[in-house]
Design a protein around this ligand. Structure first.
Ligand code: ADP
Ligand code: MG
Length: 281
């Protein structure tokens, strides 16, 4: 049985039959599963409590659950139920079958209209989260899944924050996320606005979709951080002028000058319509 290495038998809580592994992260493995009562296929994220406790991340795990219950949106992976055993926590989630957006980029850059459609869906999800005071804080192509119809679904709220976690100065103070996608002010440790930091990560994602490579790269992490701080990147020649303009506003190293979601939505690059048929060419 696929999930034996987790100490799980083939059938979980007499309700879910576990199948093949779909993916993994730092604390979790995600499996295909089937609800034996309804026949419905789901994704089962299995989190090892011990690892989470050792890393001092139990609060994050609890937050991940409460956030996922709150954010019901067509571009966010739906959480059906949460179960727990002595050693594990199980997230029963909507199954997203098309894999990670990451694997699309591994094959090379995307066409501008295809990238636009994904970016529009990403912004729709992020806008929804922010309107509810939720900041994802780990937006990257590995946490963006695609369904059979080319719809994008944001997942992994394991590092997310609520706006009530802001300190008296109104700013978040935890450094988290993945280096290449992290905003300069998050590295800076002076406190940051979670919404603006998410917008920066969306800018890195848009760049990667259009370029096929990262805007800020260096084998040395310190050198990479320096580039992020300075907003030191170049757009490849194939970016359209509208795309360039938007990316430059998204990747503004000064969070106070960075574009807001409402302005992103108004921008001429964002507003163009993408025929759905393009997604499958
Ligand atoms: P972690 O918090 O450990 O990073 P994630 O929630 O990101 O775990 O899940 C790890 C991987 O499992 C994802 O990158 C993705 O490949 C896969 N995965 C997660 N959720 C789903 C889902 N609902 N449907 C299909 N695959 C999923
Ligand atoms: Mg993840």
């Amino acid at each position: 049985m696929a999930a034996k290495d987790d100490g799980i038998n083939g059938v979980l809580h007499g309700k879910y039959e576990l199948g093949r592994q779909l993916g993994h992260g730092t604390f979790a493995k995600v499996y295909h599963a089937r609800n034996l009562q309804t026949g419905r296929n789901v994704a089962m994220k299995v989190v090892a409590k011990e690892k989470v406790i050792k890393a001092g991340m139990m609060e994050h795990l609890k937050r991940e659950i409460s956030v996922m219950k709150m954010v019901n949106h067509p571009n966010i992976v739906e959480l059906h139920e949460v179960m727990a055993s002595k050693s594990k926590v199980y997230f029963v989630m909507e199954l997203v079958r098309g894999g990670e957006l990451f694997s699309k980029i591994e094959k090379g850059k995307l066409r501008e209209d295809v990238a636009r459609s994904y970016f529009q869906q990403l912004i729709s999800a992020v806008d929804f989260c922010h309107s509810r005071g939720v900041y994802h804080r780990d937006l990257k192509p590995e946490n963006l899944l695609l369904d059979d119809e080319g719809n994008l679904k944001v997942t992994d709220f394991g590092l997310s924050a609520f706006s009530d976690h802001l300190r008296h100065d109104g700013l978040l103070h935890t450094t988290c996320g993945t280096p290449a996608y992290v905003a300069p002010e998050v590295i800076g440790k002076k406190g940051y606005d979670g919404a603006k930091a998410d917008i920066w990560s969306c800018g890195v994602i848009l760049y990667v979709l259009l370029a096929g490579f990262l805007p800020f790269q260096d084998e040395n992490v310190v050198a990479m951080y320096r580039k992020i701080y300075r907003g030191d990147f170049r757009c490849p020649p194939w970016f359209s002028s509208d795309a360039r303009r938007l990316i430059t506003k998204l990747l503004d190293p000064n969070p106070d000058c960075r574009i807001t979601i409402s302005k992103i939505i108004e921008s001429s690059w964002f507003k163009k319509q993408t025929p759905k048929s393009f997604m499958f060419e």
